[in-house]
Design a protein around this ligand. Structure first.
Ligand code: NAD
Length: 346
């Protein structure tokens, strides 16, 4: 067995249908908070208002101007809102962008976060923050941005449009699959990732939001420990440099990265194939993606062909040295071209 170092991440998780309605007030009280800044977009304001009712006067402010990839101006506006409200806790209700805005505040104000995710993005269990300035995305790790409590309520994901739900679930699957070959994996993260793969594959087949949300939690927890591998390095670069949509990019790219890495990661392919009920993980994943209407290539997301060589060149230096299949800039051009065109060849 490889040697490893394992820092278990602290987290309190409350999971259940209706948990956002019933558990929030007591979770806030247990953290000793009295002045809550709510961070939630206006997308679902009536539902958010209903969730906040039990908190009563503990809610002292609301920040709604949530943007994907947390532009610096959004971070600064959210920080100002926390200061004006004299908040002692941040309550984020929404997808990864909303949790990202709360993390941007926590970074500087050192406030605890309670997160209520409404997608399968998984940011709520990672200590990773992201900010975008002048079109360049920067990420970093700070334990202070890891939410103290996560309330998972599958009922909140029911409003996701089917295409976004599928893309987000594939984003979660990407966390789980990558965690099994990522550089800091250990026996715990691999076991958790394997369970995540099972639940996400089942959830993608049946549409059960509880399976999907539980799988998303497990997959992202494993990924938070195991770190980024080829898939995330590539998707992060594509999202940051070419402004591609987060979850959909992961969904399109995952089968291509799996096809590339599978020959060097037979155990990962075996786990995934088993979860998908097939002999061939790559074919099984492609079939599942097709069934959910996920495009085969990034061409469909608007990536120009001229971006291929640049994308490969920018990604190559960031790929971990122990990627299951050794990576060169040339082989990466092949992978990115396949991910762009939707071809099965890598
Ligand atoms: P998102 O939060 O941007 O949400 C996508 C869209 O879905 C938005 O329009 C949102 O309003 C809507 N939406 C969210 N929940 C919904 C629901 N239940 N019903 C209907 N509509 C809903 O997208 P995301 O994929 O959740 O998050 C992406 C962002 O999160 C990216 O910026 C990504 O970098 C970041 N992220 C960070 C980490 C981390 O560890 N730091 C991990 C994963 C994602």
């Amino acid at each position: 067995m490889r040697s490893f170092t394992y820092d278990q991440l602290p987290a309190r998780v409350v999971f259940g249908d209706g948990a956002a309605r019933t558990a929030l007030a007591s979770e806030v009280d247990q953290l000793g908070a009295r002045r809550v800044l709510v961070i939630a977009s206006t997308r679902d304001s009536a539902r958010v208002a209903a969730l906040l009712a039990p908190l009563g006067e503990r809610v002292v402010g609301t920040f709604t101007d949530v943007r994907e990839h947390v532009p610096l101006a959004t971070a600064e506006a959210a920080r100002a809102a926390a200061k004006t409200a004299d908040a002692d806790l941040l309550l984020a209700i929404g997808g990864g962008s909303t949790v990202g805005a709360a993390k941007a505040v926590a970074m500087t104000a050192r406030l605890p976060i309670v997160a209520v995710p409404t997608t399968y993005a998984g940011s709520e269990v990672t200590p990773v923050w992201g900010l975008t300035e002048d079109g360049r995305k920067t990420t970093g790790v700070d334990p202070v941005v890891l939410p103290r409590v996560v309330v998972y309520d599958p009922a909140l994901t029911a409003t996701l449009p089917p295409d976004l739900a599928a893309a987000s679930a594939f984003n979660a699957l990407a966390h789980a699959v990558e965690a099994m070959w990522a550089p800091h994996r250990n026996p715990v993260s691999t076991a958790v990732a394997g369970e995540a793969v099972e639940r996400l594959a089942a959830g993608l087949r049946t549409g059960d939001p509880a399976e999907l949300l539980c799988g998303a939690w497990l997959g992202s927890s494993a990924f938070a420990v195991a770190g980024s591998g080829l898939h995330h390095k590539l998707c992060h670069m594509l999202g940051g440099t070419f402004a591609l949509p987060h979850a959909r990019t992961h969904a399109v790219v995952l089968p291509h990265v799996l096809a590339f890495n599978a020959p060097g990661a037979p155990e990962v392919a075996r786990r995934l194939a088993q979860a998908l009920g097939t002999d061939d993980a790559v074919a099984g994943l492609r079939a599942l993606a097709d069934a959910h209407g996920i495009p085969r290539g990034l061409l469909a997301l608007g990536l120009p062909e001229s971006a291929i060589t640049g994308a490969a060149a920018l990604t190559a230096p960031a790929v971990p040295a122990d990627n299951p299949v050794p990576v060169t800039e040339e082989t990466l051009v092949g992978l990115v071209r396949a991910a762009w065109s939707g071809s099965d060849a890598v």
